[in-house]
Design a protein around this ligand. Structure first.
Ligand code: CMP
Length: 140
């Protein structure tokens, strides 16, 4: 089943100049970009996006990091895109991520972990709507 998921290339990965490498990985596994925005999130935009984590001890540090520099936000389309993307990213902690996954390749630590991906259909719908409100997304 073709579905959509939201990806973010985080400020640490943008600073490492690996935007192109990461997008190549998406395309190689059949995750087609159907929308792309480069933006510098305000702290409050990061807080709104990660609202589900607001009770977590790392919330303030996470939202400071996510608003520390530009990010690239993408909608990816493909067969089982949500799971396929999570498999490609690897575990949240780059030290525990399988070899060859995006976080193992480009992440630094559990917070500066290079990429974000929606973790389920409801989250994908919220996250896509957060950055691409009202957009008529193309399915490729
Ligand atoms: P992400 O998949 O974007 O979802 C929430 C983010 O919070 C996660 O990636 C990490 O960047 C960050 N995160 C998760 N767990 C921790 C933790 N234990 N300490 C610091 N940051 C974390």
């Amino acid at each position: 089943m073709s579905e959509l998921t939201l990806a973010i290339i985080k400020p640490d990965a943008v600073k490492k100049h690996v935007i192109g490498d990461i997008i190549s990985h998406y395309e190689k596994v059949g995750l087609q970009p159907v929308a792309i925005r480069m933006m510098h999130l305000s702290k409050s935009a990061a807080q709104g996006f990660y609202a589900v984590h607001k009770a977590r001890p790392f919330f303030d540090s996470l939202t400071t990091f996510m608003s520390s520099g530009p990010v690239v936000v993408l909608v990816l389309s493909g067969e089982n895109a949500i799971k396929k993307h999570r498999d490609l990213m690897g575990a949240t902690d780059p030290a525990k991520a399988d070899k060859g996954t995006l976080r193992a390749l480009y992440g630094t630590n559990i917070e500066y972990n290079a990429v974000h991906g929606s973790d389920g259909p409801d989250t994908a719908q919220f996250e896509i709507g957060y950055f691409f409100p009202g957009m008529d997304l193309v399915t490729r």
